[in-house]
Ligand binder design. Structure first.
Ligand SMILES: Cc1cc2nc3c(=O)[nH]c(=O)nc-3n(C[C@H](O)[C@H](O)[C@H](O)COP(=O)(O)O)c2cc1C
Length: 338
């Protein structure tokens, strides 16, 4: 039977199927069920820069109002320790999860500006996080920042987080970079050991009756998978970082597609939120069955076999195939379009 044991960021995982960052991480019973169902690791939900900065501001406001500008009085108040305010509950959750599970527990930070908040990564590590996943969820809404400014700022955030911890750091990215391989190479230089492809943007919709912008969390579908497969295939074996897939994985075969495109691990959120821990079991078993049927004795041997650097037909991932695909379109069943 195929061996599913996997290394991710230097951590030993029993399987490559990982619980993605989501509210499931707040529920210890859910995490225990997922571990029993075959999860290889769990990523905690994110602690957001906005939360942390707000806590820092609150701490400063508190100290300012009590110390009243008097330098001596300031030395009487404790250090402006933001951890003891808002993020407390988060750190407690990490500590609890670390104590209850045998699989790695990965803390998650989400932010886009360099600054003191990145040092909080050290608090996540101290609470027991085995690694940090940094989500660069950056919507690029400014008219004054060009793409190189945005990327330079993001690299500084990555450097800040990497400098704050000894545990490995992975970076969760959006799909929207003009040159994904170049930026990932820069991330590696900034200290990232892995990248997670990709963030899913929660685009607002419009309610025309109310003429209002509305926001819903929509679960993913299989249709989101090909974008991930393409990103994985472009990077696998070409950039010295480990790769995680996130987005659109709903079956064992979806996960195997990610692995043969180059993923070390495959993360699940929507399918678990919708279908419960049984989905984890089904996907792990599905991966095992498919890799067995393909004749692999270790999951690592299947990794990246169809990536750009190894695929028998690398053009399948490149522009040439796009031209062929578009030009080769014909009406279904050879019929006439009407
Ligand atoms: C309800 C919900 C909450 C989420 N919260 C976070 C979060 O706090 N941090 C994060 O990095 N990703 C978060 N995600 C994104 C997931 O980790 C994942 O990247 C995304 O849903 C795509 O994977 P999927 O197709 O398996 O759902 C959340 C997703 C959902 C559905």
């Amino acid at each position: 039977m195929v061996d599913l044991r996997t290394q991710w960021l230097g951590l030993a995982l029993p399987t490559p199927i990982v619980v993605a960052s989501s509210p499931l991480s707040d529920d210890l019973d859910a995490l225990r069920l997922l571990e029993r169902a075959g999860a290889g690791a769990v990523v905690m939900r994110s602690l957001f820069e906005e939360q942390l900065v707000e806590e820092q501001m609150a701490a400063h406001r508190y100290f300012d109002s009590h110390a009243d500008g008097d330098a001596e009085a300031r030395t009487m108040v404790p250090e402006s320790h933001v951890f003891s305010l808002g993020p407390d509950a988060y750190l407690v959750n990490i500590r609890r999860a670390r104590g209850a599970l045998n699989i790695p527990v990965i803390g998650s930070l989400n932010g886009t500006s360099p600054g003191g908040w990145t040092e909080l990564a050290g608090a996540l590590e101290a609470a027991g996080a085995d690694a940090i996943e940094l989500n660069l969820y950056d919507l690029g809404t400014s008219l004054r920042e060009d793409s190189s400014d945005v990327e330079a700022r993001q690299l500084e955030v990555v450097r800040g987080v990497c400098a704050a911890v000894r545990v490995p750091v992975s970076v969760k990215l959006s799909p929207f970079y003009a040159s994904l391989p170049f930026f990932v190479e820069k991330l590696r230089g900034a200290g990232a050991r892995g990248v997670v492809l990709f963030n899913r943007f929660y685009q607002p919709d419009i309610d025309l009756d109310a003429l209002e912008v509305v926001r819903h969390v929509r679960f993913s579908t299989h249709s989101e998978l090909p974008l991930r497969l393409h990103g994985l295939a472009l990077l696998s074996g070409r950039v010295d970082v480990e790769l995680a897939a996130s987005g659109g994985v709903h079956s064992g075969d979806d996960a195997v597609k990610c692995i043969v495109s180059g993923a070390h691990v495959v993360q699940l959120a929507s399918v678990l939120l919708e279908r419960g821990s049984e989905a984890m079991r089904a996907i792990v078993e599905g991966v095992r069955a498919r890799l067995d049927a393909m004749g692999y004795d270790h999951v690592a041997h299947a990794r990246g076999v169809l990536a750009l650097d190894k695929a028998p037909d690398p053009h399948a991932w490149e522009r040439l195939q796009y031209v062929r695909t578009l030009q080769g379109w014909r009406p279904r069943h050879g019929g006439k379009w009407r």
